[in-house]
Write a protein that binds this ligand. Structure first.
Ligand SMILES: Cc1ncc(COP(=O)(O)O)c(C=O)c1O
Length: 375
């Protein structure tokens, strides 16, 4: 059994994926082929955004977003304590300070109250300039944008939506990737929309930001093209082959994969209700369960379950074992009195089970039985 079964997905989509890859091989347009533009248009349509700029990976997409906003020395960037380091790594890279916020104990996303407390604390101290907010739809579950967006507006802070884990999810009918001045996603193979290598994308409605992204992606190219470098940039582009792989995968995600993820999650929820804390999805929201995470009673129980699953040959993971504020690289960042009570509790108790749209109910039952045996 696989934690995320990419082979099963390939088997289902093989004719289209193979034909698309072959078309790229035949055309030899490995960089900037027509599939890249076609994909960008389809991704923009899927998120309801004016612009989609594809790039080399989700980490680059975040760096690009930070660069577009001009994050630099003396700036504070606010982000949830539970995420992958890519969300906040660019802050350190550009000489800014990541300011972590606690999580909402139900969704595990950025807690709006903690966000506002941290912004106020930074302003009161007067050393750093609040610069941006990064809201991560963790595990594929959309953030509480109705609460977060007004806080960003109140303090004049641009929002970056990190939708690396939430492509295909939605909040009150609005697709993830549609929030913030800029949003990003990742096409890392295990993501809800993954390619066969690395890939990523940025979304914006702003024409100037679109232009800036496209310039930074190509070494800061100017109106005169690739050799008319007007700013410092990077080399970040989505290969044509990856775009060709993503086109049928996007179609499958939209046509049935998101629904199937709901079915898998519903079966887990039914089996584990009352025994563990099962995922909470707010009303009128769709989660894509990039991971299906349960909370055990405490760390001891979690560790016992994980050990039992390992013995039983059931794949499992912990997303994430360490909150950002406690990572060695960030341990000395200012925390402004935040205790990260909910983030610490989450990391001690969380464990994730196999979750993908091709999970066979019989295999899923084996996972459920092994977890129940462990308790
Ligand atoms: C929340 C989040 N942001 C950003 C990234 C970075 O994406 P990539 O691996 O494509 O660089 C990831 C990938 O794991 C992620 O989970």
């Amino acid at each position: 059994m696989q934690f995320i079964d990419l082979k099963a997905q390939y088997k289902a989509l093989k004719p289209e994926i193979d034909a698309n890859i072959q078309a790229v091989l035949d055309s030899a347009q490995f960089i900037g082929g027509p599939q890249v533009k076609e994909l960008e248009q389809k991704l923009a349509d899927a998120t309801g955004r004016k612009h989609c700029i594809s790039c080399a990976n989700g980490t680059d997409a975040l760096q690009l977003a930070y660069m577009v906003l001009g994050v630099g020395s003396g700036d504070a960037v606010f982000c949830s304590d539970i995420t992958f380091i890519s969300s906040t790594e660019p802050a350190k890279m550009f000489g800014a300070t990541p300011v972590f916020c606690d999580i909402d104990p139900k969704t595990y996303d950025l807690c709006p109250e903690s966000l506002e407390r941290q912004i106020k604390a930074v302003l009161a101290e007067g050393k750093l300039t609040p610069r941006a907010v990064v809201a991560v739809d963790i595990l594929g579950n959309p953030c509480d944008f109705d609460a977060i967006v007004p806080i960003c507006e109140k303090y004049g802070l641009p929002l970056i939506e990190d939708a690396a884990q939430s492509f295909g999810a939605s909040y009150h009918g609005r697709p993830c990737g549609s929030f913030g001045a800029l949003a990003i996603t990742s096409f890392f193979p295990a993501k809800p929309l993954g390619c066969y290598g690395d890939g990523g994308a940025i979304f914006t409605d702003d024409d100037e930001m679109d232009k800036l992204c496209r310039s930074i992606c190509v070494h800061g190219k100017g109106p005169g093209g690739k050799y008319d470098n007007v700013r410092v940039g990077m080399n970040s582009r989505l290969d044509t082959i990856q775009a060709a792989v993503l086109l049928p995968k996007l179609k499958a995600l939209q046509e049935y994969e998101v629904d199937r993820r709901q079915e898998v999650a519903a079966r887990y929820n039914a089996a584990f209700a009352g025994r563990f804390v099962t995922p909470y999805v707010a009303e009128n929201c769709v989660c894509v369960y990039a991971q299906y995470a349960l909370l055990a009673a405490d760390q001891d129980q979690r560790d016992r379950i994980v050990a039992h699953l390992k013995d039983a040959g059931i794949p499992n993971m912990i997303y994430y074992p360490t909150p950002q504020h406690a990572l060695p690289v960030f341990r000395h960042e200012p925390v402004y009195g935040e205790t990260f009570r909910h983030a610490n509790d989450y990391c001690a108790r969380t464990f994730s089970l196999p979750m993908h749209p091709y999970l066979d109910p019989a295999d899923q039952q084996k996972v459920i039985d092994a977890v129940l045996e462990a308790i």
